[in-house]
Design a protein around this ligand. Structure first.
Ligand code: DAT
Ligand code: MG
Length: 151
């Protein structure tokens, strides 16, 4: 299998609303493998690094204040096509436009409180994993269900 890794984070709103298990279970049940997980409160400077691509957008400051306002559940998930399909599970950026059945479609209402982040491509996934995790925090292990998920 062509394994890839993506960075997924439950933002402070998702953590405060008690949606950790709901969100983790969607990735887990799909068949993806969890390779790193930690709960952290990012500083504002760290949030600005994470969202550096958006620094010229009018909502950038509020977005970084929000991301650094409380605990974030940072994760790395591994699987075939997990970067693109993870974004599908998450749904459109604006929950008003996210399809029902997606995480944001089912669990969020407005764009400023859309509960979850997922990397949008191979390069951003690499950069975001490197920003949030040290190499030793990424756990490589054999999942015994792999042969049943991938054949
Ligand atoms: P995504 O999180 O789907 O990758 P993005 O990278 O374009 O979306 O934006 C990052 C976050 O910024 C997004 O999850 C919520 C916030 N955001 C995006 N567009 C916004 C807007 N028009 N108003 C307020 N917040 C916005
Ligand atoms: Mg994005």
């Amino acid at each position: 299998a062509e394994m890839e890794r993506t960075f997924i984070a439950i933002k402070p709103d998702g953590v405060q609303r008690g949606l950790i298990s709901e969100i983790v279970s969607r990735f887990e049940r799909k068949g993806y493998k969890l390779v790193a997980i930690k709960l952290i409160v990012p500083s504002k400077e760290f949030a600005q690094k994470h969202y550096h691509d958006l620094k010229d957008r009018p909502f950038f400051n509020g977005l970084c204040d929000f991301l650094s306002s409380g605990p974030v559940l940072a994760m790395v998930w591994e699987g075939e096509g997990v970067i693109k399909y993870g974004r599908k599970l998450i749904g459109a950026t604006d929950p008003q436009k996210s399809e029902p059945g997606t995480i944001r479609g089912d669990l969020a209402v407005v764009v400023g409180r859309n509960i979850i982040h997922g990397s949008d491509g191979l390069e951003t996934a690499k950069d975001e994993i490197a920003l949030w995790f040290e190499p030793k925090e990424l756990v490589s292990y054999t999942s015994n269900v792999e042969k049943w998920v991938y054949g």
